[in-house]
Write a protein that binds this ligand. Sequence first.
Ligand code: PXG
Length: 288
Amino acid sequence: MKVYVSGKWVDEEDAKISVFDHGLLYGDGVFEGIRIYNNRVFLLSEHIDRLYDSAKAIALTIPMDKAEMMEVVAQTCRTNKLADGYIRLVVTRGKGSLGLNPYLCEHPEIIIIAAKIQLYAQDLYENGLKIVTVGTVRNHPEAINPRIKSLNYLNNVLAKIEAINAGCMECLMLNHKGEVAEASGDNIFSIRNGTIMTPPSHSGALEGLTRNKVIELAREAGYEVVESPMARYDLYVADEVFLTGTAAEIISVVEIDKRPIGDGKPGSESKRLATLYSDHAKSNGYAL
Ligand code: PXG
């Protein structure tokens, strides 16, 4: 596999950056996870826009314009002959000194890995996920704003540890006000009496691109979709709950905090949305 590192495609073993990179020392950088379906990079310009917004929010200037970034991402897929897969695009602050000052880092590093991914085992897509609420609260918006897709994911990692320790593969994270935010790496939706609900991004969620696409496709299909602050109660009494993410796609949640959701099996409306999403994803995107 060839990995792109700041201007060159190199073998996996040679894909290296400095131990003085602030991405490593402080989690100082931004990233994206992007899907390739059927020789097309799905939602590429949206991912690139979010990457540049995240970079702007942390005062990091990416040393490449957006059009060029889209082309190097596509070229990395072509080089690896990847028709279906997953891209990890990372921009670090770059090599600096031992000390927080990011202005001493002169050259941000751009890393593009194009590989395969399977986030959850197939049986979880068929039978649904069980999740628990964790004590780790989603970042306060005036700390690292959750809309920034930064390399500093330790808060989410801590949430994931709590989930796994409780015997679950995912968790429910609340915001600092106790409202539903999202899962550790996916957005969350409920369906009740045919109405779809998800927290607005200012409730402490990443503004997921899968989330936005699902909202768009659901509205086109005639569903009412409401973006509203949610309490755990709204999830407990829902007919269906599902998670969305680039890697996870759409996966049903069948139990939250030991309460079965609906009849405790993946629901029919979530399955319908998953089909609408995968049909759309297979036939749209930046052609390779
Ligand atoms: N919330 C969080 C906190 C995320 O990190 C999503 C929601 C879903 O967003 P998208 O735009 O993908 O629909 C994410 C997605 C990885 C990885 O290893 C990436 C994410 C989450 C977990 C793992 O690449 N990002």
